[in-house]
Design a protein around this ligand. Structure first.
Ligand code: HEC
Ligand code: HEC
Ligand code: HEC
Ligand code: HEC
Ligand code: HEC
Ligand code: HEC
Length: 472
């Protein structure tokens, strides 16, 4: 990398430098300085625009993973067909214009209007979810992202799973940073060039000798040596910055606060668990018995909805979907047609595979209320979502925590804060905790001293901080 400067204000000076990706060619002379400056601005704007394009990519990427990846892969059929160049496929197959966008919003509507969409809907027994909340622009960004993917022989990376997900997002972020870095290097070099010219001009005016052959690198070295304290501090700051950014990036992996996927039926908890006072366990019936809470089958819905068809057209439209799924025709007293369809609810709360979480342990044994982790579902008028920690802290009776919901910090913090009761849970737990307390109090005071120091026994002290309790 060499940077030549002509002291004689020649009209054209050349500068080449290679930043690994691009070779920039620039001319700097005092008469051209302003024109060149505007060129630089233009270049910077173009790069910023490119960064914008990358963000659109990132949007498509994120949406695909959040909404579609449970059923679709880019290059392979799964629950749904592969999506690579699917727009091309639809237009080749004679689909109506815009039909594919309608398909994603609500495939029922598209299938009714477009014969091609109708044939697609018979691809499998499984029905696709509907996404009425996606805009045309968002759907297009998904397809753009899918089509921009490059097939790799390695199946794992061609199938965006949770792991690939993280690295992909990081690399798209990485691109933004590389571009910004290039912009800055260019600006610094340009400014440096102008400064050198001014300096040499000044030196000439003073009748001094200016070492015009000194390379840019040499000058940089000289500058660094003259300002070594500053440079040292600067380096430390930059390195620290990079480390902290990387660390925070890692720390927030998988943070899904506020996540609210769209659902096949707009099911409001407020109407059911709230107004109609239905017990959570009526629908999530394994919550006290097993690891997972479970979601209700369509039969559970039909227990009531056989009679309740909805008072308003909006309600009727949603409840009709229950009938479609159950294969129920409400006309004339109602009868089952036998043509059932599965309702596929999108999972809202998801922990990574390497984490073990057990509902019955928390709800039954620990006596923790659903509200503590899911917020007040009886007032939830929309479909379920992961509540932010601020929302959870606002619920009366909840232990106040500071870490983001569903992160490791969140689990651990509660295990430290949550005291297991002495006696209060007696009747419900068959003296489970009483027994533990008794053993601690009556046992070896020295051995159990650390538990008794503050007179409290928290989940942590029972082993709730041991890695293996939560990690397989
Ligand atoms: C619950 C699973 C599921 C989800 C989630 C899902 N799809 Fe589908 N999708 C399907 C199935 C199944 C089909 C095939 C049609 C059928 O059998 O009804 C399909 C078909 C399609 C097709 C037509 C494919 C073709 O080859 O013609 C497109 C396009 C499509 N989906 C886009 C999307 C997009 C975009 C998303 C995310 C916003 C999405 N899907 C989310 C299950 C799903
Ligand atoms: C009439 C049945 C019914 C009752 C009663 C009910 N739920 Fe649900 N619940 C559902 C359905 C259906 C879904 C899936 C749709 C959604 O995500 O909104 C769901 C989803 C959820 C989710 C999100 C699940 C996920 O994927 O992570 C939570 C949390 C939840 N319910 C908690 C509760 C709590 C707490 C109560 C009691 C206050 C309750 N539910 C009462 C039917 C019910
Ligand atoms: C200590 C916190 C905590 C409490 C208390 C809690 N949950 Fe959960 N819930 C979670 C976590 C964490 C997940 C995600 C689990 C996973 O991905 O394995 C989850 C997932 C769910 C799901 C969806 C997935 C599944 O397990 O089927 C439902 C439904 C649900 N909870 C309902 C309830 C209900 C109803 C109650 C109260 C009776 C309750 N939860 C109490 C933390 C909690
Ligand atoms: C214990 C009885 C009961 C069960 C079980 C039940 N519902 Fe309901 N549902 C009701 C009642 C009552 C209403 C209110 C109807 C009204 O206001 O006219 C309702 C209303 C609805 C509505 C319209 C809500 C609105 O205001 O937009 C939907 C959608 C719905 N239920 C879906 C479901 C689904 C899906 C299931 C199964 C997971 C289910 N329900 C299970 C009793 C029940
Ligand atoms: C609101 C407080 C709270 C939160 C949040 C919470 N827990 Fe717990 N956890 C408890 C309580 C209380 C117990 C004690 C139950 C018992 O005594 O077995 C417990 C016990 C456990 C145990 C058994 C520990 C042992 O010693 O056997 C595991 C494993 C566990 N939790 C995992 C998790 C994971 C994973 C998360 C986060 C996704 C989580 N918990 C979030 C309150 C919480
Ligand atoms: C109370 C439960 C609990 C305990 C105890 C626990 N973890 Fe975790 N850990 C989690 C949860 C939940 C996640 C997933 C967090 C996420 O997805 O953001 C996780 C994630 C991780 C990750 C992945 C990085 C990340 O941030 O997602 C590592 C590594 C890890 N834990 C290491 C450990 C080690 C080492 C210990 C013991 C010192 C430990 N964990 C103890 C619940 C726990």
């Amino acid at each position: 990398m060499k940077y030549h400067i002509c002291t004689k204000f020649a009209t054209v000076e050349k500068c080449f430098f290679d930043v690994g990706l691009t070779v920039f060619y620039m001319k700097i002379s005092s008469s051209q300085m302003f024109r060149d400056l505007s060129k630089w601005c233009f270049g910077a704007l173009t790069l910023l625009f490119l960064t914008g394009a990358f963000n659109a990519q990132a949007q498509g990427d994120a949406l695909f993973k959040a909404k579609c990846a449970t059923c679709h892969q880019v290059f392979k059929d799964g629950t749904g067909p592969k999506l690579y160049e699917v727009r091309q496929k639809w237009s080749d197959g004679g689909a109506a214009e815009g039909s594919i966008l309608q398909w994603v919003k609500n495939w029922n509507v598209a299938a009714a209007a477009d014969p091609y969409a109708q044939t697609v809907s018979t691809w499998s027994e499984t029905a696709m979810s509907i996404f009425p909340d996606l805009t045309d622009e968002q759907i297009t960004s998904i397809f753009d992202w899918v089509d921009s993917q490059v097939e790799q022989s390695n199946d794992v990376s061609a199938v965006p799973g949770v792991v690939a997900n993280v690295s992909d997002e990081e690399s798209s972020l990485g691109w933004t940073w590389i571009i910004l870095a290039i912009v800055f290097i260019v600006i610094i070099l340009a400014v440096g060039g102008v400064r050198r010219q001014l300096k040499s001009a000044a030196a000439e005016a003073d009748g001094e000798e200016y070492d015009e052959d000194m390379s840019y690198g040499d000058e940089l070295k000289q500058f660094a040596w003259a300002n070594r304290k500053l440079v040292a501090i600067g380096t430390v700051v930059v390195v620290l910055g990079v480390v902290v950014t990387l660390f925070l990036g890692l720390y927030s992996i998988g943070v899904v606060e506020e996540y609210q996927p769209s659902q096949p039926i707009e099911f409001p908890h407020s109407v059911h668990a709230g107004v109609n006072g239905i017990d959570c366990k009526y629908c999530h019936n394994s919550v006290t018995k097993s690891k997972s809470a479970g979601l209700p089958t369509v039969n559970v819905c039909m227990n009531c909805h056989k009679q309740i068809a909805g008072a308003t057209p909006e309600q009727a439209e949603q409840i009709q979907k229950i009938y479609d799924a159950a294969g129920f025709d409400p006309a004339g007293g109602g009868r089952y047609t036998g043509e059932t369809k599965e309702i596929i609810w999108n999972r809202v709360h998801v922990l990574p595979d390497h984490v073990y979480f057990n509902h019955s342990q928390h709800v039954e044994v620990g006596g923790v209320d659903c509200k503590q982790c899911h917020g007040d579902m009886t007032t939830m008028t929309e479909t379920a979502k992961v509540r932010s920690i601020e929302e959870l802290n606002a619920v009366e009776g909840n232990i106040k925590l500071s870490k983001k919901t569903l992160t490791m910090g969140w689990c651990i913090e509660c295990h430290k804060e949550k005291e297991i009761s002495n006696g209060a849970l007696d009747s419900k737990k068959d003296g489970y905790y009483d027994e533990i307390h008794k053993r601690l109090m009556d046992g070896d005071k020295e051995l159990y001293g650390k538990y008794l120091e503050d007179g409290k026994v928290s989940v942590m002290e029972l082993g709730g901080w041991e890695c293996a309790k939560c990690h397989y």
